[in-house]
Design a protein around this ligand. Sequence first.
Ligand code: ADP
Length: 205
Amino acid sequence: MELNERQEKILKIVKQHGPITGSNIAEQLSLTRATLRPDLAILTMSGYLDARPRVGYFYTGKETEEVMTSKIRNILVSEVQSLPILIKEDTSIYEAIVKMFLEDVGTLYAIDEKRGLAGVISRKDLLRGTMGANDIEKTPVSVIMTRKPNITICYPNDLLIYAANQLIEKQIDSLPVVETQDGVDQVIGRVTKTTITRVFVNLME
Ligand code: ADP
């Protein structure tokens, strides 16, 4: 169930000051007790608050279930995405390895001359690139990267839960966040397994 703005405020007050009487809550919101009555009734009936005679309202701790679920469901990719690390597709495998270490990331994205997404380079792609007869200072990453149309992408307005599902389903570590401008897929962010873990920890805190 979605709470309205006033109900969220009431919940916050009761969390901080409960047990607290209806009149005291009304005072803090500069409203009358009568105005608050329907909101308090909804919060009590739906289990967020409990009320004891002569004691007042107190918080039941229900947030951990429904409210958390609806918060998680509503997070957009744009709210949590991090910065992408981009390299040109003609960068050598050697340079890409150095870049990966310097930037401390697990995935690089390759861009073409129009600055559009051209490929994804993971740690294992680079490891594979160092095996065999490749001269890694001369061989470009375009030889080893996963390229379009095989790249799984997401958009800033996608739900984070969609991106998380893609990471699991495709068994990959990250998704480039793409915005199409003048027909070019510009990489404006990335969503990684770390992104999801950070959101999870923040919500718990
Ligand atoms: P690692 O290879 O280091 O385990 P990943 O699991 O992310 O990292 O990558 C596995 C393979 O999937 C690699 O070949 C990589 O190029 C490819 N890959 C990674 N991310 C994507 C993506 N968003 N779309 C398509 N392929 C990807």
